[in-house]
Every structure is written in structure tokens, then in C-alpha cells.
Design a protein around this ligand. Sequence first.
Ligand SMILES: Cc1cc2nc3c(=O)[nH]c(=O)nc-3n(C[C@H](O)[C@H](O)[C@H](O)COP(=O)(O)OP(=O)(O)OC[C@H]3O[C@@H](n4cnc5c(N)ncnc54)[C@H](O)[C@@H]3O)c2cc1C
Length: 506
Amino acid sequence: MAKPTFVVYREAIRAGKAPEDHPSREARLRELRGGRPVEAGAYVLYWMQMYMRGSENAALDEAIHRANELDLPLLVYQGLNSNYPEANARVHTFILECARDVALELAERGISYRFHLRRTRPARGSVLVHLARNAACVVVDDFPAFILPRVTDALVRHTADAGVPVVAVDANGLVPLQAISKRQYAAYTIRPRLHARVAENLVPAPAPVLQNRDTPLLPVSSDRFVELGSLDDAGLAAIVLSCDIDQAVLPSLRHTGGRRAAKTKLARFIEDDLERYADLRSDPGQAATSGLSPYMHFGCLSTLEVVRQVLLADANDESTDAFLEELVVRRELSYNFCHYTPTKDHSSLAVLPDWVKKTLSEHAADERNPTYTTVQLEAGRTHDEIWNAAQRELVSTGTFQGYLRMLWGKNIIRWTDSYEQAQEFMIRMHHRYALDGRNPNTYASILWCFGLHDRAFREQAVLGKLRPLNSSSTSRKFDLEPYFQMVETAVEERAMPILSDSPSKP
Ligand SMILES: Cc1cc2nc3c(=O)[nH]c(=O)nc-3n(C[C@H](O)[C@H](O)[C@H](O)COP(=O)(O)OP(=O)(O)OC[C@H]3O[C@@H](n4cnc5c(N)ncnc54)[C@H](O)[C@@H]3O)c2cc1C
């Protein structure tokens, strides 16, 4: 059967009219605590966690609708603690840059926004809980991975006696997660299900306008909040330095956070690289991919706005389809995996299909040769210069090339003492260095290296029937010189202590 194509939706996008059967608001909602809005509530609270954008955001829209229905003001709240796993200057900087753009965009729309920064750990007391207990109802982001499900559950528990309704809104992808009713086996099973829902999700309902523009009366003094909108880069860097986080993982010089940078990156990709994406996306020397993954992770762009702009760009059909296959099918497959898998299992090999478990148990005792300690791996000191370059790109820039990520993962499996150690190391590297880490793509793609969403191949040592990828075929396939040079430049401009003598603790 031919693969369904995205280019058939160009006309619908151009017409710009929401279809009659446009899904209702409810399609993206999950009630975490039902009930009527609290009458004494002074405002509707939207706790923005992962969708860091002040427009094109179904969760923000839902909060505005609820505020309008109750004739209440809206408060958008964001918080940043220092106690998330591997908390560091790189991730903090990117988040603050994103939040600064949110502050500016919401100010333009006349929507109240407060940002709370907790510089020290452990976190004690909670501004958020205080705000939530005084709200008529609370809207939260429905992000299915990392610490998000746990901290959202905690909010629901800590506001139980106040009885404030809490609703989670899924603005993760093009198609709502619950529109696909169960965990999917592979891209070929989710692809037709997604395509069946694409048309109805292509044109969003008109964005609601907030009616009540009063400044909400807060039960918390305003000096608890950081004013981000007027903050320049030096001020932002000073805030990061004041936090009790790992300052050794330096901010990325290659990726600036926020919606403005995301829009620029998307426009540049469409202008310069989309046309050649189908042919060159795997080639590390060509840098022909979008570089959008940190922005997609932190929600600086909605999937829909990227889909819309890519379709309107009229690039060749093959490249348009290849790109949207990654952005929609592969990405939403990862979200589907995390949505239907308990969070604790995102980092476990126990969720793998039976054929994988069988082949891994048959090869668990195979001799590994060579082997490296996690300290050697983290420092990018193996015999394999392609692998080292990929690792060093990750450490110094905060992302690394997509094709090499696959090779990187396969070689870690070959070179560590056990499959569990390999998985644990890959996740830790992503938590520590990757700006797009902590995402459903992180956990599902690492598991992909172990056969998730994949098929069996010819058996070999250590990998068993997992898909084999190796460095010698990679160097035969591509001219890697431009890639090596790019990495060397990145390493030089962002010399990190980690590359010499301060590896993170396993
Ligand atoms: C071991 C391993 C770890 C990975 N870790 C992450 C991670 O932490 N975060 C992350 O976002 N992606 C991860 N990926 C998937 C993929 O490599 C990256 O999304 C991609 O390289 C990002 O570069 P780009 O934005 O230029 O992608 P483009 O090729 O421009 O694609 C556009 C967008 O589509 C999505 N996408 C692209 N490729 C994939 C894919 N294979 N699976 C799912 N979604 C995809 C991303 O959101 C990406 O930004 C990982 C892959 C592997 C093999």
C-alpha cells in the first residue's frame, strides 16, 4: 500500500477554513479533577509548563475560554525550580529565554503573566499551590514525560481540599493523543490513524480573545516574581548564575531559546534547506535538517503552525512529505508511546516487544570488545572518531545530528557491559546536555536503538537481531570532513570543562 502523503492538504490550508467537523475543545482535554468552578475564585489559572508560546496554544485558548465563561481575569503562571534532574545552566538559560518571549507575547495580548524562580533546592512550600487554591479553576499542560506527570499529580493532590477543578490540555502535536485509542506498535500502524485525523486538525478554531482584562488579585506578594519581559541577556545570565544548579554545563552558543528564535529558525529552514531535505537530511556534513527539536520540545512552536508553513512553502513533494513524516508521524509515535506507558517505564527495557527481549536475553553475555567506562564515553574518548564527534557535538552545543544519534546509540550498546547500563547512560547524557532531551522523543528514540517501533534484522553479536548500524558504513556513505570541522569549531568556541576532567557522576 502506498504511503499516505501530506501534500494533499495544501488546498485545505490555503482555503484556511475550519472544516464543519472540526474537533471540539474536549478532544484535547483530560479532567484531572472535575467539579464546578470555585465561586470565590479570583481568576482562572493557567500553569504553563511545556507549551511556551503565547499564541497557537490550545491550553492557553482553553484557559481564555474558561475565564470568559466565568467573566474572570486570567493568570498565566510559570515556575522554574533548581531541583529537576541534571538541573544546569544550559537548560535554565534556554527556559528563561523562552519564558522572556512568553512574557512579551502575553503582554502584547493584555494577559497577566507571572514567573516564579526558586534559586535554591530543595523546594519548600509552593507559590503555585497557593495560587491554585485561590483560583476558580486551573488549566495545565498535558505533557506525557519526564517529571511533568508527577508534578502535575502533586498539584492535584495538594489542592484536593480546596476542590478547585483541574483540567489538562494536550497541545503536544497535530492530532490529540487520545484520538489514537491505544499504544501503537510502529510507524506503519500509527501512520494511517494519524492521516485519518489530519484534515480535521489542520485549521484551528479562531483564537479566543480575553474579555476581562483586570489584573488578577493574587494571594502572593508581587516581589516573589521575576519580571522577564524587560530583562536583557546580561541580566538573564546573572539570574542563571545565581541559581543552585550545575554551572559546568554551559549555555549553548548555537541555540537561543524562545519563540522569536524558533520562528527565525523555521523560516530559514524553509528558505534554505526544505527543498533538499529528502536527499540530504541524513548526511552529517550537509546540515540540511531544521534544528527545531529544542523549540518543539519546549513548545515554542505548535506542530500545526510548522505543518502549515511547510505546506504553504510549496517545496518539492518528496521533501515536504519526508519532513512531515518526521515532524508528525515519528514525533507523534513517540508521544503515543509515552502517553500509553507509565512514566517510570519510559526508562526501562521491560517495555520492549517480546522478540527484542528474547534476542537480548540470548546475547546478554556476549563479549563486548572494546568496552569503555561511562567517564570515557562522556568525554568522547573512544577509538571511533565519528562517535567521539557526535558526543562532543552534544556536549558542546546541546543537540546532535539525527543520523549520528542512531549510530551513537548502537555503539553505546556495543561498548558497555550491559544493555541496562547503555540505556541509563544514553538517558543521562540527554538529561544533562541535550536541549531537546527530557522529551517523549528522548525516551522512545533511545528505546528505538533497542528495537522499539522497529523490526528484526540478521543476528550478530551483542546487538542480537537489533538493527545494526556501524561507523565504517557511515564513513563510506558520507563525506564527514565538513561535520568534523563544524564540531571542532563548536568545541573550541564552547570549551567545556567536561571534556577534560570533570565528568558527571553516573
Ligand atoms: C538515540 C536517539 C536519541 C534521540 N533523542 C531525541 C531527543 O532527545 N529529542 C528529540 O526531539 N529527538 C530525539 N531523537 C530523534 C531525532 O534524532 C531528532 O528529533 C532530530 O535529529 C532533531 O533534529 P532536527 O530538529 O533538525 O530534525 P528534523 O529532521 O528537522 O525534523 C523536524 C522535527 O521532527 C521531529 N523528528 C525528527 N526526527 C525524528 C525521529 N526520528 N523521531 C521522532 N521525531 C523526530 C523532531 O521534533 C524534529 O525537530 C533521537 C534519536 C535517537 C536515535
